[in-house]
Design a protein around this ligand. Structure first.
Ligand SMILES: Nc1ncnc2c1ncn2[C@@H]1O[C@H](COP(=O)(O)OP(=O)(O)OP(=O)(O)O)[C@@H](O)[C@H]1O
Ligand SMILES: [Mg+2]
Length: 155
């Protein structure tokens, strides 16, 4: 079971991310959100909007080369992760996955490490749709499904 939305422009991607953030628990440390979709689908746009919603005001550099960009925010830590360059599932250990368990993990290109599907709470798949995008959201854990059920979906 999941939810599909049409996202005509970048603002829609941001609105969806904000609506999802509003539905997360007060402490989403320990949660994992997967952002799937091909190059340019809007994964970083989505992650950036979550970070802004949680109070981050500065830049959001791409983690493509660093793999992980950490953020210390008022509520909890957020780790923005990009696995595009990862070629082996072992690199999850390499990037110190076990040290990131206190924070909310936003993972771009989780397709690189299929095992992540079993460790995550929510999956958001972004795809090209005409000049805009579409999103399919799915709960992967019980708590993730509950949060999705409580999202006030943007029109
Ligand atoms: N709903 C949308 N409709 C049209 N354009 C969008 C939408 N959402 C985001 N974009 C635009 O798509 C472009 C690529 O976005 P973004 O960098 O977030 O993609 P990405 O999935 O992170 O790409 P990569 O795989 O390279 O990391 C940006 O110019 C962004 O403004
Ligand atoms: Mg990106």
């Amino acid at each position: 079971m999941g939810q599909s939305l049409i996202l005509p422009g970048p603002e829609s991607t941001e609105s969806l991310a904000m609506a999802l953030t509003a539905a997360l628990p007060a402490d989403a440390g320990g949660w994992t959100i997967l952002l799937l979709g091909e190059l340019g689908a809007g994964k970083s746009t989505f992650a950036r909007a979550i970070l802004r919603s949680l109070g981050h005001e500065g830049l959001v550099p791409s983690p493509t080369y660093t793999l992980v960009e950490p953020y210390t925010l008022p509520g909890y830590s957020v780790y923005h992760i990009d696995l595009y360059r990862v070629t082996s599932a072992d690199e999850l250990e390499f990037l110190g996955w076990s040290d990131l368990q206190d924070g909310l993990k936003l993972v771009e290109w989780p397709e690189r490490v299929p095992r992540l599907l079993t460790l995550a709470d929510i999956q958001i798949e972004l795809r090209y749709a005409g000049e805009g995008r579409a999103a399919d959201l799915k709960g992967l854990s019980e708590r993730g499904s509950k949060v999705l059920a409580g999202v006030d979906w943007p029109a």
